[in-house]
Design a protein around this ligand. Structure first.
Ligand code: FAD
Ligand code: NAI
Length: 474
């Protein structure tokens, strides 16, 4: 017997899907949530944001104990780490949060279905049918029927055709978050978010890390000065970068791989034991029955949607990594909320211009709004306010004073156009900037606002003052 009468059937329980399901339920809809994994939370919770940050935090503590506490007068005898325990703690964090989501789903009376969801057509009465195939009964799919379907199936890593993933030596971020021993030499292909974060993680734990990047620099969409400062810092931390470079050959040798690289016109060879391929991700559309259902894809293979997140097929919606925009969990969650609210007739919107981005390196990079390069390109007149953490009392107390805040404000109105932070706790500090920029605030608004002393947030205030040439501690 099919399960029917749903107002909404969500396929995919990542940050986009489970958030949409909860919001839809809050709005009075009867919701089904279909997920093929046996846990909820998607890539973000199970093999992305959370496990990577759990390990980054552990490795940062170790690196600080090794290199960063002596100046505080704290030294450790016989310092060592237990990788198995680090991995176990990471799993614990993931499991606890997954339990939390399962509880929320239950509490919101969302009906959960485990298995692969596929669009199985619309009935004559306009209701959508979704088939769910589980590992237990692969031959007999279960049918669910509802008014609308929301696709939130996310994406998966791009593979290099000449270097396919083997789960052992050539891996994606999933395996690189679960290595059972520290690689001797980890070669990373792609200096994007994953390359920089996982490169930092394994470098801190003692691996030699080389990152090969096709472009002449990394993070091409970041503010140029921030990217430069991060490059200097990561290089100082011991990560080796090869820009304008690509892997041209690989040859397995005993327990390791000989890799041929062409970098800036010269040929190089190196020996490594693991290769992490992190060159981007592609939408998860296979097996969803999209073409049979008439769901149109855009030029990049993502589901094309309108402002209601409705695809070209009425009654079928899509959000998150499956559609256009940055591949970020908070973007997927916001779309989940807004999509459910628009289904309920509310005039909600996603503020796409003000999505913050963070790279969880040490120091962190965080930004929102336009970069200086973009303002020049669009010939928008601007002023810059800049302030360094080295002149901030709290950063000095913490002995963590590398970096700066850069505020870009409109030359005539002072309206904040972009904020770029390279420094300690940038991921937390950026929230103030997101609030100000979203509400159309000015640099003066930040400058006139109390910031407790001594705190890192005073750097933001001083940068705002600096945009008007009146920083106090500059
Ligand atoms: P997903 O999280 O990918 O969830 C999709 C779900 O759909 C999955 O659970 C999948 O099993 C399920 N599914 C797929 N097909 C079907 C089907 N046919 N039937 C049933 N279920 C199906 N973003 C950040 O904002 N901050 C970070 O720090 C961050 N770190 C990251 C680190 C790594 C290593 C990676 C890989 C990604 C990271 N991201 C981060 C990106 C973030 O994980 C994604 O943007 C986010 O998970 C997208 O959410 P989503 O709901 O669209 O899809
Ligand atoms: P990415 O798009 O961030 O970076 C890929 C990099 O690989 C680019 O610099 C690109 O120029 C380079 N590249 C492409 N082909 C190459 C080749 N053949 N050889 C060498 N270099 C090549 O992709 P990444 O790092 O795989 O991450 C995927 C997505 O996951 C990101 O777009 C991001 O949105 C998300 N993510 C977000 C995080 C965060 O918010 N902190 C952390 C990790 C991932």
């Amino acid at each position: 017997m099919p399960d029917d009468n749903f107002d909404l059937i969500v396929i995919g329980a990542g940050p986009g899907g489970y958030t949409a399901a909860i919001r839809a339920s809050q709005l009075g809809m009867k919701v089904a949530l279909v997920e093929k994994r046996n846990t909820l939370g998607g890539v973000c919770l199970n093999e992305g944001c959370i496990p990577s940050k759990a390990l980054l935090d552990s490795s940062e503590l170790f690196a600080l104990a090794r290199d960063g506490y002596a100046h505080h007068g704290i030294t450790f005898e016989g310092l060592k780490f237990d990788l198995a325990q680090m991995m176990a703690r990471k799993e614990e964090v993931v499991n606890k949060l997954a339990e939390g989501i399962a509880y929320l789903i239950k509490r919101n009376r969302i009906q959960r279905f485990q298995g692969s969801g596929k669009l199985a057509g619309a009935r004559r009465d306009g209701l959508q049918v979704v088939s769910v195939t589980s590992a237990d009964s692969p031959a007999i799919p279960h049918l669910i029927i509802g008014k609308r379907v929301l696709l939130a199936t996310g994406c998966h890593p791009v593979e290099l055709p000449q270097l396919p993933f083997d789960g052992e030596q050539v891996v994606s971020s999933r395996e690189a978050l679960s290595f059972s021993k520290v690689p001797k030499h980890l070669l990373i292909i792609g200096a994007g978010y994953i390359g920089l974060e996982l490169g930092s993680l394994w470098n801190r734990l003692g691996a030699k890390v080389t990152i090969v990047e096709t472009l002449p620099t990394f993070l091409p969409h970041a503010d140029g000065q921030v990217a430069e400062a991060l490059l200097r810092s990561l290089t100082r931390q011991g990560i080796r970068f090869l820009f304008d470079a690509k892997v041209v050959s690989t040859e397995p040798t005993q327990g390791s791989i000989k890799v041929g690289i062409e970098a800036a016109g010269t040929s190089k060879e190196l020996q490594c034991d693991r290769i992490l391929v992190s060159i981007g991700r592609i939408p998860e559309t296979e097996g969803l029955g999209l073409s049979e259902a008439g769901v149109r894809l855009d030029g990049k293979g993502r589901a094309a949607v309108d402002e209601d997140f409705q695809t070209s097929t009425p009654g079928i919606f899509a959000i998150g990594d499956l559609i256009a925009g940055p591949l970020l969990a908070h973007k997927a969650m916001e779309e989940g909320v807004v999509c459910a609210e628009r289904m309920a007739g509310q005039a909600s919107l996603v503020e796409y211009d003000f999505i913050p981005s963070v790279t969880y390196t040490m120091p962190e990079v965080a930004s929102v709004g336009k970069t200086e390069e973009q303002l020049k390109e669009y010939t928008i007149p601007y002023v810059i306010g800049r302030f360094s953490f080295s002149a901030n009392g709290r950063a000095r107390c913490m002995d963590d004073a590398e970096g700066f805040v850069k505020i870009l404000a409109h030359k005539d109105t002072g309206k904040v156009l972009g904020v770029h932070i390279f420094g300690p706790h940038a991921s937390e500090l950026i929230s103030e900037a997101v609030t100000v920029i979203t509400y159309g605030g000015s640099a003066e608004d930040i400058a006139l606002t109390f910031h407790a002393h001594p705190t890192l947030s005073e750097v933001l205030k001083e940068a705002a003052l600096d945009s008007q040439h009146r920083a106090i501690h500059a």
